[in-house]
Design a protein around this ligand. Structure first.
Ligand code: SD4
Length: 328
């Protein structure tokens, strides 16, 4: 099927959803009366290969009886601390001036949320975001203020630029060309969603953002509704890829709202990608969405082939290749 026809077909889902809104919203609400089959829970889903280790940590916490909100934080701290995850926390590729700057957000089953953006020198931005959520009247802290808050809360300042990161950056400086290359680039944000034993949903998203970005640039990942969104009546969604495209369409919020109108997680992710390819030059950029609903069903879709995600459900943790708008 041509890309154009594919898009028209996908857009029809959105149009149909709008017509169906009152009825299907009702249908979704009905299925949310804890009628879900318990065997699908708990579940954890997260972006890219490093999601496997993150899922393991999150699932252990869920099986110990933790709430989803605790498990998502525990899960994404794994790639944040891993110097081999080059788009998250410690070991993340720096911006064009050589600074590692971090974005993260977290959201619980009550709609409470916290986020940090443009945070430097703190290894676990997700835990700072959690503190913003739990211990302040605010949702988002940024830059120096976020760092000041983190230090006040006892986080330690440390250098996050590894030798390997610095070497890559110096190599990049030779050409200083700013051009995302699909999948290999420079981005592997972790977005992670969990359904706990009770069937409550929470999500977390954390990243060092696009490598070689302008100093001060903030992507979609710390923006609630863009990089991640959860509504405990409906489901959750998280995003990875070129954040500007996700911000322009408020992708995660859009996808949760489409599920509210009756779309499956898969249909909703496809429509989320359709909104991007409709108006944006998508040829050189990758975006991937992951979504779950209250029944423990999931969906994923990307612009290009190459996006994968880790699903931990029914006792198995596996890496799955996502379908995409552009076919192989
Ligand atoms: C950003 N969305 O900063 C992030 C990058 C990313 O996988 O997702 N990489 O735009």
């Amino acid at each position: 099927m041509s890309e154009r026809r594919n898009f028209i077909k996908k857009s029809a889902i959105g149009a149909l959803g709008a017509f169906l809104l009152p009825k299907s919203t009702q249908a979704i609400m009905n299925t949310n009366n804890n009628t879900h089959s318990a065997k699908e829970f708990p579940m954890v889903i997260s972006t890219w290969r490093h999601g496997l280790a993150a899922n393991d940590a999150a699932m252990n916490s869920l099986l110990n009886g933790d709430k989803a909100i605790d498990s998502v934080e525990i899960g994404v701290r794994v790639p944040e601390a891993d110097p081999e995850s080059n788009s998250v926390g410690y070991g993340g590729w720096p911006d064009r001036d050589g600074h590692v700057t971090l974005d993260a957000c977290i959201m619980d089953e009550t709609g409470n949320c916290g986020s940090v953006s443009f945070l430097q020198n703190i290894k676990h931005p997700i835990s700072v975001a959690r503190k913003v959520m739990d211990e302040t009247p605010h949702v988002m802290l940024s830059g120096k203020g976020a760092l000041q808050f983190a230090l006040e809360k006892g986080f330690e300042e440390e250098n996050l630029l590894t030798k390997k990161g610095e070497k890559r950056w110096r190599k990049w400086l030779e050409t200083s060309e700013y051009k995302p290359i699909i999948n290999v680039e420079n981005h592997d944000t972790i977005g992670l969603l969990a359904l706990d034993k009770k069937g409550d949903i929470s999500g977390a998203c954390t990243t060092s953002g696009l490598a070689w970005k302008l100093h001060g640039r903030v992507g979609d990942s710390p923006v609630i509704g863009a990089g991640m969104f959860v509504d405990n009546e409906i489901g959750g969604c998280c995003a990875t890829g070129v954040g500007e495209a996700v911000l322009k369409t408020l992708g995660s919020f859009l996808i949760v709202e489409l599920m509210r109108q009756g779309a499956t997680p898969q249909e909703a992710c496809e429509e989320g990608i359709a909104r991007i390819v409709k108006n944006q030059n998508y040829k050189d950029m990758q975006i991937g969405y992951l979504a779950i609903n209250k029944k423990g069903e999931h969906g994923s879709y990307a612009v290009h082939p190459g996006f994968n995600y880790a699903l931990h459900q029914n006792g198995e943790n596996k890496l799955i290749d996502s379908n995409s708008f552009i076919k192989k």
